[in-house]
Design a protein around this ligand. Structure first.
Ligand SMILES: [Zn+2]
Length: 166
């Protein structure tokens, strides 16, 4: 457990700054962010967020998977968010990964998952598909405020992708 013990100790030493007495669980800015789990994406400074402002949902790729939609549905229906921002990035681990090789490796371990890896060749097209899926998901009562950004970890630039503009 090279990390877990250290993490527990750090949390104990920072208890006062971690406590959030009186902070509401409903996101103050009524927004949910769906982003890739990539280590280089630091969403709070990137998007100007503070604790309590937003729901943060992360997965491999920042893809609008069934489970991401489950979380976004909870975010909107139970906790009042009304806007979705999706953040993907250049140099993603899923970019040009092999869907077939991954499935073969899982099958070799006796697993036939119901989900796909989500490998992609074109980050902007993939983000466009996610935005289109979110905008057409009845699980989400508010679907007209869905925006998508791509982060470049080399330069720090964040650019918008809008399939409606293509
Ligand atoms: Zn990624």
């Amino acid at each position: 457990m090279p990390n877990a013990d250290e993490m527990l100790a750090i949390a104990a030493s920072r208890r006062d700054q971690l406590a959030a007495p009186g902070l509401e669980p409903r996101p103050r800015r009524n927004v949910a962010v769906l982003a890739c789990m990539d280590t280089r994406i630091d969403l709070f400074p990137m998007l100007g967020l503070e604790r309590g402002d937003a729901h943060i949902i992360r997965n491999a790729g920042g893809l609008a998977t069934d489970d991401a939609i489950r979380s976004l549905s909870v975010s909107q229906r139970l906790l009042g968010t009304q806007e979705i921002v999706v953040v993907m990035h250049d140099d993603c681990g899923l970019h040009q990964a092999s869907e077939d090789a991954f499935a073969t490796a899982l099958a070799a371990d006796g697993v036939l998952p119901t989900w796909r890896l989500g490998a992609f060749d074109d980050v902007e097209a993939t983000l466009g598909h996610s935005l289109a899926r979110l905008r057409s998901s009845p699980e989400l009562p508010v679907r007209d405020r869905v925006r998508g950004f791509v982060f470049d970890p080399e330069t720090g630039a964040l650019r918008e992708v809008d399939p409606a503009a293509e």
